[in-house]
Ligand binder design. Sequence first.
Ligand code: ADP
Ligand code: MG
Ligand code: ZN
Length: 467
Amino acid sequence: MIGLEIHCQLTNLASKLFCTCKANYREFEPNTNICPVCMGLPGTLPRLNKKAVEKATMIALALNCSTPARLGFFRKNYFYPDLPKNFQITQLNMYGPTSIGEKGKIDIEGKEIRIRRIQLEEDPGRLIYEGASERTAITLVDYNRAGTPLVEIVTEPDFENPRQVRIFLNILSDLLANLGVSDPTLEGAMRADANVSIEGGSRVEVKNIGSFYDLEKAIHFELTRQESLKERNIPIIQETRHWDDRRKITISSRTKEEDEDYRYVLEGDIPWVVMDKNLIESWKRKMPESISSKKHRYITKYAIPPQVADVLASDKYYSDLFEDAHDESNAKEVANLITTDLMGLVDTREKKERSKITAKHLSDLVNLIRGGKITRTSAKSALQEMVKTGRPASDIVSDVGLGKISDESELKKIIEQVILEEPIAAQQAVENPQTINYLVGKVMQKTKGKADPATTLKLLKEKIGTI
Ligand code: ADP
Ligand code: MG
Ligand code: ZN
């Protein structure tokens, strides 16, 4: 059995969870994005960020969780250098359901993964080990991240293998991006711990996993380690293990804390927050259309093939582009151009950020193809140019001379040439008309893809008929 605890940063908020320091701590010099509140200095009081409650509630709703009648915050006490207050403000269902959400579920390829609960809490600061190892003499601390808003999502142990974990995390990451609450591609924006157990053994928690790729490896390693203990009749104890990124193994770090160790107490500095039904309804109405609803709409309204619709709807960048670029008549072609050509040119986050293509120009380009002004091959070259420079489609087409050649006399000249250069292929085409496509290909090559395919085929057939 595998269960996950996933921490997602609400990266799109302006300020931290309980003070007005900035949430985008990444942009600051170490220890400059701090104030007495997030440093927990005596006499300060936290003030809850309402936007954080709104965004976290949207996550709960998107994961089909129920929301509580009131929110409660608790102090989780522990001593660690990255935690300036010596406690973390988090949530707990000590007096009934008071966390952001509970009892949700999401579907991954027909399998249901239940969500146990979702809570809103603050992120601690960051420790930086000089020499990048926990065994060095010097550890630096940067408190810029301390107090930034974090949502913890705890699943039930419903995963049966590491592959399901990977699919789940991809779906969750797309869902958060689509909601506009988090940018999961930012370093550290989504972190997951795994709980792993095999039949007859206690559960082992694996922490400190740097990437989703390593998470899958860590689970594999842990399953193998536990199986081998079981074979030798050695009991599997309940413990926390750390993922050693260098050696790619898990190592025991401590026996697991019990709830008692954290000395949870109600955070008396934050009153119970009444979750007004109308307010939640108004947030619900503000939620962007879900990925599955988008996908359904693309399939039913525009007859886009399910696989294309899935790829398009799952990615916020491309689906936003699609929404702005298409109209009733050209939707299918826009979807096609994005998924078959554009995604190859602009795949990573950096490229998306640098891409200068606009929806208007994309739609113009599709209309040039539809109007027979350029071929599909030329469109791809134009697309490359648009991503790089952001110039309008028509400018690129006329400047670079990508315009389609459908002028028959011009094409006839090229065909004559091809037949002279390819006498054997021409003879074959006379005997077997199926092989004429080879000659069409040669014409395309000569014209760098600009020849109109239909006219070329027609003229070639006429020419071959006379041989
Ligand atoms: P804790 O505070 O002890 O980490 P949580 O409730 O935060 O407890 O998390 C418990 C996690 O352990 C959940 O993700 C849950 O799915 C997982 N889990 C519980 N029992 C098992 C088990 N037998 N095997 C694997 N994972 C489990
Ligand atoms: Mg936990
Ligand atoms: Zn602050």
